[in-house]
Design a protein around this ligand. Sequence first.
Ligand code: NAD
Ligand code: DAU
Length: 353
Amino acid sequence: MILVTGGAGFIGANFVLDWLARNDEAVVNLDKLTYAGNRENLAAVMDDPRHVFVQGDIGDGDLVSRLLAQHRPRAIIHFAAESHVDRSIHGAEAFIQTNVVGTFRLLEAARAYWVGLDAAEQAAFRFLHVSTDEVYGSLAPDEPAFAETRRYEPNSPYSASKAASDHLVRAWHHTYGLPVLTTNCSNNYGPFHFPEKLIPLMIVNALAGKPLPVYGDGLQVRDWLYVSDHCSAIRRVLEAGVPGEVYNVGGWNERPNIDIVHTICALLDELQPRPDGRSYREQITHVKDRPGHDRRYAIDARKIERELGWRPAETFETGIRKTVRWYLDHPEWVARVQSGAYREWVRTQYAHG
Ligand code: NAD
Ligand code: DAU
């Protein structure tokens, strides 16, 4: 079995659902259920005996040690984090606690468990740390995309906390021999994405008739990867990645934010036209820029392709259409996230929850 942290969040939930749909290996899912954790994302596996959900903090070393001793996983896939840059600007404390201290405690519990395994189990064990391209800082328009050798230059409290966690993971391999793998991925999008992030926020605001707030000139560039492609990259790195190595993961899909918003508006104009027949584009408003806003990210994903044979399956056109469709098909999920009712979802859906 494997232990997943943060498996009730956006990427973690997609990963758990994809994992259990593909093989019979069980998952222990440790998630604190912060505002970003939503058990409703896991509704499809709620009664699946292969899925053991545990509400708890990665920073609780005793709890993690107990879970490791009880379930004896062959790998830990570490998604749990505070993940939103804007929130990190308003309050960095939780980012330091979870992303830095929490990762440290998880590494220590993993190391103690790993040391106690027999030689074959030790050799097979993996600690896969899910990180971000933001640790590399910001690119000038003509600079080459981020390769794994790029210098770390994190610019936000979020990216600094993720960079710190990457360094801890690296050190636990170098010093103690823990078999770690690190992935640094670009911007994900897809089902279950919390509507504080650009793509889901634009979709739900558009449908609600609200303004579409584009920061600054909207010409900041991100690389976008459909979430199931990120999940397949993680499975491939877990399967064939070399311990101690770092793999950058991206979609070969750099786009300015304003183009993303225009694409969403065009899809909504087609799939759910406004009652007045006008375009959703009319709701776009340019608002004050994010402080310290990184101008451009781009991922050079040639290493994972060359060494592990991974490439994304979705194009942006197929992925964004699926995503917009998913939000149109799940108005109840959106409503419960917006009202806060998702935090009560298990109690109201399952008497035994
Ligand atoms: P998310 O915010 O949607 O989910 C995070 C999950 O972690 C939530 O379920 C939350 O309850 C849980 N969590 C938070 N603190 C915890 C703690 N102390 N103990 C246990 N659980 C805790 O995040 P996401 O977008 O799914 O990102 C997952 C991981 O992928 C993060 O490490 C993030 O840095 C990384 N990442 C995200 C993206 C992206 O575009 N979203 C891109 C690259 C990397
Ligand atoms: O690059 C990977 C990172 O992508 C992950 O590590 C983070 O966890 C994830 O949140 C994401 O970070 P970003 O800051 O790039 O994502 P966000 O969706 O917040 O913003 C994307 C871009 O859109 C960014 O340039 C800011 C801009 N933006 C965002 C919001 C929420 C807007 O213009 N308006 C908005 O309302």
